[in-house]
Design a protein around this ligand. Structure first.
Ligand SMILES: Cc1cc2nc3c(=O)[nH]c(=O)nc-3n(C[C@H](O)[C@H](O)[C@H](O)COP(=O)(O)O)c2cc1C
Length: 342
C-alpha cells in the first residue's frame, strides 16, 4: 500500500497551537519499564526512541503518577516530586531529537484501580468506599481536603511535565482510575461539592483544568482521555458522557480522546461485566459510537479516536470524512513501533 492512498492520515494536524506532522498518535501505554519506584530507565527511553523513529506524529506517555497514593501499578513512571525531573527530561530530549515528533505526558491518579495483586498494605482511595476486587477490601473515601490536595498534585505534576519539555499534557480521566470514578454515578456517592449532579461529579476535572491553565502558557495544550460510558447499570451512560465532554470543551480542554469501561471491576468478581476485547474483525473501531456522539459538541477542537483501530484504509476514511481528527493506537504499536513508516 503506498502512502498516496493514505494522504489524509499523513497530513498534519493540530492540538491547540501545536502542529503534529501526521494523524498517528500512540495512545498512552504503560510498558512497565520504569524502576520499581517510578524513575525513568534506559529501557523506557529506548521504547520511546523506537516509537519516535517509527514515524509517529505524537506519543502519549504511559500514565505518570501525580501522587504516591496514585501509583498503584508496578513500574509506573512518577512525577510527583522534583527528583523525577532529570530522568523525564532525558526521555523527552531523546524523542525531540527526531524531527517534528511531539510527546504528551499522561498524568494520572490510579485511585481504586490497584494493579498490585496481593499487596494488602496498599490503601486504595476513591470518591466513595467502593469495594476493591483486587485487594478484596473497600477503598477509603477521600475527604474534601484530600480531593483539593490531589487536584493541586495534578497541577504541580502538569507544571513539572512542562518543565521537562513535554509538548502537552493529557489528563487521565478514564478506565476506572480516580478521575473517572469521580465522574461515574456508580462509584461517586459523595454529598460534598465533588458529588451529586453531573456538574459536581465533573468538578474535579474542571478544577484541574482551570488551575493548570492558570499556571501554564495558553499555547500549552491540556487535553483529556475521558470515560464516556461505564457499560454498567447505574453507571455513566453515553448521553451523560456527552454532557461531561461538553462541560470540558466549554471550559477550554484542547481535545478529547474518548474511552470507556472499567476493567478493574472484573478482577475477582463472580459477576461478569462486559469487556471490550478485540476477538474478531467485527470488534474493530469499537468507540465509534462514542466519537460520533461527541463530535457535534467539540467546537472544532480535535477528537482523538482510539480503540481497536486496525485497518489503515478505514482509518484514512474516518479522517477524510472528518469524523475524527486523529487516530490513536496502543497494541499495534507495541508489536510494531515503526508502523506509520511501514
Ligand atoms: C499494555 C497496555 C498498557 C496501557 N496503558 C495505558 C495507560 O497507561 N493509560 C491509558 O490511558 N491507557 C492505557 N492503555 C489503553 C490504550 O491506550 C488503548 O486505549 C487501548 O489499548 C485500546 O487501543 P488499541 O486497540 O489500539 O490497543 C493500555 C493498553 C495496553 C494494551
Amino acid at each position: 500500500m503506498d502512502e498516496m492512498g493514505l494522504k489524509h492520515l499523513f497530513s498534519p494536524g493540530k492540538i491547540g497551537n501545536v502542529e503534529i506532522k501526521n494523524r498517528f498518535i500512540r495512545s498512552a501505554t504503560w510498558v512497565a519499564k520504569a524502576t520499581i519506584d517510578g524513575y525513568v530507565t534506559e529501557d523506557l527511553i529506548e521504547c520511546y526512541n523506537q516509537l519516535a523513529e517509527g514515524g509517529i506524529g505524537l506519543i502519549i506517555s504511559g500514565y505518570i503518577a501525580v501522587d504516591p497514593s496514585g501509583a498503584a501499578t508496578r513500574r509506573m513512571a512518577c512525577l510527583y516530586d522534583d527528583s523525577y525531573i532529570s530522568g523525564q527530561k532525558k526521555l523527552v530530549k531523546t524523542v525531540h531529537e527526531h524531527p517534528d515528533v511531539k510527546i504528551a505526558a499522561q498524568i494520572a491518579h490510579t485511585g481504586n484501580g490497584v494493579f498490585i495483586f496481593g499487596n494488602q498494605e496498599f490503601e486504595p482511595v476513591g470518591p466513595s468506599p467502593m469495594m476493591n476486587l483486587v485487594l478484596n477490601k473497600p477503598c477509603r473515601e477521600l475527604t474534601t481536603e484530600e480531593v483539593r490536595r490531589i487536584i493541586k498534585n495534578f497541577v504541580d505534576t502538569g507544571c513539572r511535565a512542562y518543565d521537562c519539555g513535554y509538548d502537552m499534557v493529557q489528563i487521565h480521566g478514564a478506565h476506572g482510575y480516580l478521575l473517572s470514578d469521580f465522574v461515574s454515578p456508580f462509584t461517586n456517592k459523595r454529598t460534598d461539592e465533588y458529588g451529586g449532579t453531573i456538574q459536581k461529579r465533573t468538578k474535579i476535572l474542571i478544577d484541574i483544568y482551570n488551575q493548570l491553565r492558570d499556571e501554564l502558557s495558553k499555547n500549552f495544550p491540556i487535553f483529556i482521555k475521558l470515560n464516556t460510558q461505564d457499560y454498567l447499570q447505574e453507571g455513566l451512560t453515553l448521553e451523560e458522557g456527552k454532557e461531561v465532554a461538553k462541560i470540558l470543551i466549554d471550559i477550554g480542554y484542547d481535545a478529547i480522546e474518548p474511552s470507556s469501561g472499567r476493567y478493574n471491576l472484573k478482577f475477582g468478581s463472580k459477576k461478569t461485566y462486559p469487556s471490550v476485547i478485540l476477538k474478531s474483525k467485527d470488534d474493530e473501531n469499537y468507540f465509534l459510537p462514542n466519537v460520533k456522539i461527541l463530535k457535534p459538541i467539540m467546537k472544532s477542537r480535535p477528537i482523538i479516536f482510539q480503540g481497536g483501530i486496525r485497518n489503515p484504509l478505514t482509518a484514512e476514511k474516518f479522517i477524510q470524512e472528518n469524523s475524527v481528527d486523529f487516530i490513536a493506537m496502543s497494541r499495534p504499536l507495541i508489536y510494531e513501533p515503526d508502523l506509520p513508516n511501514r
